[in-house]
Each structure stands twice: as structure tokens, then as C-alpha cells.
Design a protein around this ligand. Structure first.
Ligand code: FRU
Length: 471
């Protein structure tokens, strides 16, 4: 039973032997991914502190180490040269002060001289279980010494509820620093707050950003902002939108951000991923000054079938963003090609490249297998009008843990699309990431078939071709 007490037990109060047993259990899980970031045990959620600092990528994730549930959150720290191979540095931020006593919640980081400057939300609950969010910064030095600073924003600002979190920090071209915070107004609508700083350490809350949207959900989590190819992009995760099939969204506004007037003009909200789960996307500039985004390959309030094995969730593959003809494109990080190990694959771990120059209908049956009296398969079907991603027979499936409004949920996603010339699929033990038309659209989904479900069949148009790489 996941009592509150168990969920908020710090890692250092658990016996090492028990934690190690949980890691061994997770390692045996048939759904362990081969090339995605996943927790050694326990639950992973948002990517945090993603930045390129002194020649290395740093990436953290929200982590509850002691079981596959949301509980006392830590930041788990990873370092990488290439975003393919990661070395764990263990705990990056532990919830070990009063201000973050109930979780070191999400935040971001930038390179700041020879240190990393981190901004995150300390989640504190008082004796009456009232949440008090603290926004604070910290320095992380090259030898992984963390120096937490006193909070620069204590509690919710006037006019906002306790749901005020997830600072995204950046430096502007003029050298000044700025930050967005996800927030909920007292009238229970979502928004983002804007803060400014001359030195990155003293912060001034300026007020809301006017995102020129009617009421748009009850809370906005995990904002991100960056200029890209002459435009501005604001990513956020609005909760409480009706007209989308997934429980919560992660999407963006593409337009222009006037930071002085705090107005973001744009062409409307778009989801980043049209599959089943993608959340809390966070970006950084990479080694080649490219804009790279990584997300939680999961959603709040959804179950994860791997929970039986003591772990839950993984991160999505890194994507590189660009703007082409007024549209945001998302392509798999080019370095992922280094994972390719030849064309003979095992039916589970592979990259698939479909070229469809005539825009012909096609159908792919992936991860096919027989299990007891059931046939498992995951379908990707295109009829010239719609691309259908159907995981309803893909094995075990994530299910909502709370009642969903009518019209939400289900295990089929349909994308209205009149032309498909290219499809690139990354298949791992328990996921598919499907890039359409070289990044025009992406549809991702976790799937939990038997590990023996390795069958693959396809029907293509005459001039279409398919290639595989083992991963
Ligand atoms: C999003 C989120 C954030 C919060 C974190 C806590 O998934 O709810 O808003 O900071 O997770 O783990």
C-alpha cells in the first residue's frame, strides 16, 4: 500500500538492500528499454536541468526512487558527450531542506561560468498538508557540489494558487536573464509568470505573460521558451483542455515574444506529439547550437504497466527543432544514426525508414505475436486521408488513474494528413516513436507487448521502399 508516509520516505531512510532488490527487479523487466533513459528503479517523470555546459550535456529527471509511484521527488543527474551514452551521477538534488522537504520539483539549468545555475521549485507542505512552493536557485560545481540558495520567491504570489512551479531560465542576447514559471490563477485558470534578473541570482517577478488565448485549461505546467530561426517558441503543458484525446497536453505557441510588454503573439496552440504520451518537454541549445528537446515519455495520472516490476516511465528520444515555412519541425537527433548496428534486426529494437514517394496508402503491423489465445500487434495504417496509430492490441496498456472526461482516452490516434512521403520509426522494447515527413508530425506511444512479439508485416505502394537498422 502506497501510504503517504511511504511515498515521502527519503531514500537514505530505506535500507540499501531493499533499494538494490528493487533495482534488480526492474533490471529483469521484459519492458526495459535498450536506448531510452529510464530509472534504475522507481518512477521517472519530467526531464530537468537540460543544458550543455563546458563541453558536456547535463540532463536530470524527476525521480521517486523507492517505487513506481509519485512520491518524494529527487533530481537524478546524467552526463553525456553525445546524448546517446549517459553516465549517471546519482542524485543531483535531494529534497533535504525545509523549502523542498516534499520534493525537489521541476526546473531548468544554464551554463554560468564554471558552474551550472539551476532554478527549481521546492515543494513544501506544512503540518496541515498545505503546499507552499518555493522558487530557488542553486549552483552545481564541476565536482558535483550543490550549493542551494535561499528562495527568491516564497509561496504563491498574490492572485495565484499554490500551483506555481517549474522555472525555466534563460539568458537573453543582451546578457540579462529571464524566467518563466507555470502558474494557476486564483480563478483556477492556467498561465505563465515572467521574472527578470540582471545577474541570474536576484529575481524580480514582473507579472503574467499575455499569451493571447481565451481561458486555456486550469493549470500550465513546465513552460519552456526559446528563439528559433527568427521566431519565438513557447512550450507549456496546459491541463484541463477538453478537445484533445490525451488526458493532458504538451504543446507550443509559435510567434513572437515581446519580453518588455510581456505579450506572446502566435498562430494558436499545437501539440508537439500526436501519439499517446509526451509531456514536460524541455529544451537546450546543443553542441552545434541546435535546439534539442527531450520530454517525459509518460503523462500524469496515467498508470504504467511496468509498475509490477518496480519501475515506471522513460524519457523520449532527443529531437532537433527547426522552423520551416511557418511550421515547427521535429527531427530525431542526427547522432541517433550512430546507434545503427546493421540491417538484420530482432523485430523489437530497430529503426524503420519508409519512403513513400507516390503518397500511396500503406499499412504496417508491428510487434506481432501470439500470447495465450490473443494476437498482439500494433498498427500504423494510412489510407491517403488519415494516418491511424492503433495500440489497442499492443499488450498491456497505460490506463487513466482518474475519471476522464467523455471523448478522452482510448488507444487509437488518427492524424488527418493528405500527403505522407517519409516515415521514420524508432522501436524499442516498450515504445514506438514515429516521425512523419521528416519531422512535420510526430506520434509516439508506449506499448507493453510480450517480448516475444517480434513479428512485422507490411503492405506498401509500388514505388515505396522500406529499410531497417538494428538498434
Ligand atoms: C509535471 C509535474 C511538474 C512538477 C513535477 C513534480 O509532470 O507535475 O509540474 O514540478 O511534475 O514531479
Amino acid at each position: 500500500m502506497w501510504t503517504t508516509e511511504r511515498r515521502y520516505r527519503p531514500l537514505n531512510q530505506e535500507s540499501m538492500a531493499e533499494y538494490e532488490a528493487l533495482c534488480r527487479q526492474a533490471a529483469q523487466s521484459p519492458w526495459r528499454q535498450h536506448y531510452h533513459i529510464q530509472p534504475p528503479a522507481g518512477l521517472l517523470n519530467d526531464p530537468n536541468g537540460f543544458c550543455y555546459h563546458q563541453g558536456k550535456y547535463h540532463l536530470f529527471y524527476q525521480w521517486f526512487p523507492l517505487g513506481p509511484v509519485h512520491g518524494l521527488k529527487y533530481w537524478h543527474h546524467l552526463v553525456s558527450d553525445n546524448l546517446l551514452d549517459f553516465t549517471s551521477q546519482g542524485i543531483g538534488i535531494a529534497p533535504d531542506t525545509l523549502e523542498d522537504s516534499h520534493g525537489a520539483y521541476s526546473g531548468s539549468a544554464i551554463s554560468f561560468g564554471d558552474k551550472m545555475l539551476i532554478a527549481y521549485t521546492g515543494n513544501h507542505r506544512d503540518a496541515d498538508w498545505q503546499r507552499i512552493p518555493y522558487q530557488r536557485s542553486a549552483f552545481l560545481s564541476a565536482d558535483n557540489q550543490l550549493e542551494k540558495h535561499p528562495p527568491f520567491l516564497c509561496g504563491a504570489p498574490a492572485g495565484y494558487t499554490e500551483h506555481c512551479r517549474d522555472p525555466k531560465l534563460w539568458q537573453n542576447a543582451d546578457g540579462s536573464y529571464a524566467m518563466l514559471l507555470g502558474a494557476q490563477r486564483e480563478n483556477l485558470s492556467g498561465t505563465v509568470l515572467y521574472l527578470r534578473s540582471a545577474d541570474g541570482l536576484q529575481w524580480q517577478l514582473e507579472g503574467e505573460v499575455d499569451c493571447v488565448l481565451p481561458q486555456f485549461g486550469y493549470m500550465w505546467e513546465c513552460p519552456d521558451y526559446f528563439p528559433l530561426d527568427g521566431r519565438d517558441v513557447l512550450i507549456f503543458c496546459p491541463q484541463g483542455l477538453q478537445d484533445y484525446p490525451n488526458i493532458y497536453q504538451c504543446g507550443y505557441l509559435l510567434g513572437s515574444f515581446d519580453q518588455v510588454r510581456r505579450i506572446f503573439r502566435h498562430q494558436g496552440f499545437q501539440e508537439l506529439d500526436l501519439g499517446f504520451e509526451y509531456y514536460a518537454a524541455q529544451s537546450t541549445l546543443g553542441k552545434a547550437e541546435e535546439r534539442i528537446v527531450i520530454a517525459w515519455f509518460g503523462l500524469p495520472d496515467m498508470s504504467c504497466p511496468t509498475a509490477v516490476d518496480g519501475w515506471a516511465h522513460c524519457l523520449s528520444l532527443p529531437r532537433v527543432l527547426s522552423i520551416e515555412g511557418e511550421k515547427l519541425y521535429q527531427r530525431p537527433l542526427p547522432a541517433l544514426a550512430e546507434l545503427r548496428k546493421g540491417s538484420a534486426h530482432d523485430g523489437v529494437h530497430y529503426e524503420l525508414l519508409l519512403s513513400n514517394p507516390d503518397n500511396a496508402p500503406f499499412s504496417l503491423r508491428l510487434r506481432m505475436g501470439e500470447y495465450e489465445d490473443k494476437n498482439e500487434e500494433t498498427l500504423l495504417h494510412y489510407d491517403g486521408q488519415y494516418l491511424v496509430f492503433d495500440r489497442s492490441r499492443s499488450g498491456l496498456l497505460p490506463e487513466p488513474e482518474i475519471a476522464l472526461p467523455a471523448g478522452k482516452g482510448g488507444h487509437v490516434r488518427r492524424l488527418a494528413i493528405k500527403k505522407i512521403t517519409d516515415v521514420q520509426i524508432f522501436s524499442d522494447s516498450s515504445s514506438l516513436e514515429i516521425f512523419i515527413n521528416r519531422g512535420e508530425f510526430v506520434m509516439s506511444g508506449r506499448i507493453y507487448p510480450q517480448s516475444t512479439a517480434d513479428g512485422l508485416q507490411y503492405q506498401l505502394g509500388d514505388n515505396a521502399g522500406i529499410e531497417f537498422y538494428a538498434l
